[in-house]
Write a new protein. Sequence first.
Length: 340
Amino acid sequence: MTAARSLETAEEISDIAFGFMGSKALFSALHVGLFSILSDTTLTPEEVAAKSLLDLDRATTLLTALTSLGLVRKDGAGFTNSPAAEAFLVKGRKYDFGDYLRFQIDRQMYPFMTQLNDALTDSLDQDQVASYEDWFSDPEEARLYSRSQHAGSLGPGRGLAKMVDLSTAKTLLDVGGGTGAFSISLCKAYPQLTSTILDFPNVASVGEEFIAEEGLSDRIAYRPGNALTDPWPESADAVLMSYLFSGVPGSAIPGLVRKAGEVLAPGGRFMVHDFMVDENREGPKLAALWQLQHTAFNPEARSITSAYVAGLMEAAGFDQVRTEVMIPGMTMLVHGRKPA
Ligand SMILES: Nc1ncnc2c1ncn2[C@@H]1O[C@H](CSCC[C@H]([NH3+])C(=O)O)[C@@H](O)[C@H]1O
């Protein structure tokens, strides 16, 4: 369990209050390709200006801000990447997550936070996004979000394949399956498995491209629609809900758990993966903040704990209910079995 720190000083409050400036310095640097320009080299502000869209003053100001944050480091008269920036923010590096930060976090999540005050007080304007369905009625938004999410979920999908034994399952129902990253990883790990993904139409059309690229179009199919209102397939040997609970009204979560129990075949596995905070409500910090982030565009979202999800599963008749860490400090997996 996380034990949260209790702050003592004004400086510690300032670190939080002005943290958004640091976030934006990082995103803007990615936007102008700065970490790729500095990759494996040391450049003066003049040289950075010559290789980027920045003029000398703006290059100097941005480099100074990034150096103060530790993203860039001073080397004589020049600037170079910190080891972390070199490994994770340079285009083409194996663990580069710059595009995820640029597109999903800067372009989509950051502006959503500006509507958090209204979301918390239940006073969002009609034209503000208040659900995934609203948001993804715009095909470009659905594409932008889903492509980043896909990249982020392939790894956890491979992890899930090792955490839950699906070797006897023939059919998976992936509710809110997005562009199919989890279905793809699970189908690759379990050759007998086929999957049906329930998600909105504008997400399905992006996912179909990814699934075709993986050569899995004969094993993974969409049923486009709203999982809360449209019909589900009648049966499945396994049901997955990954990041679905954070995207629906909290009041819908118990019904989703019961519905998984209804469609699952006896002996079938139910897996829930999401941002979950500890029972003591002290963290982890990123899980708690991601839940708050979801509230900004889904004001009826609920801050859930793994014990809450496990309790719902047990109440719906599941046994062998287990809780495991999926992405440390951020997400948990709760899974159970419908009794055989
Ligand atoms: N009511 C709903 N019906 C169907 N899909 C939904 C609903 N609410 C949210 N979603 C989808 O839930 C997904 C959350 S993103 C997670 C995608 C995927 N399960 C993964 O873990 O990578 C998005 O693709 C949303 O479109």
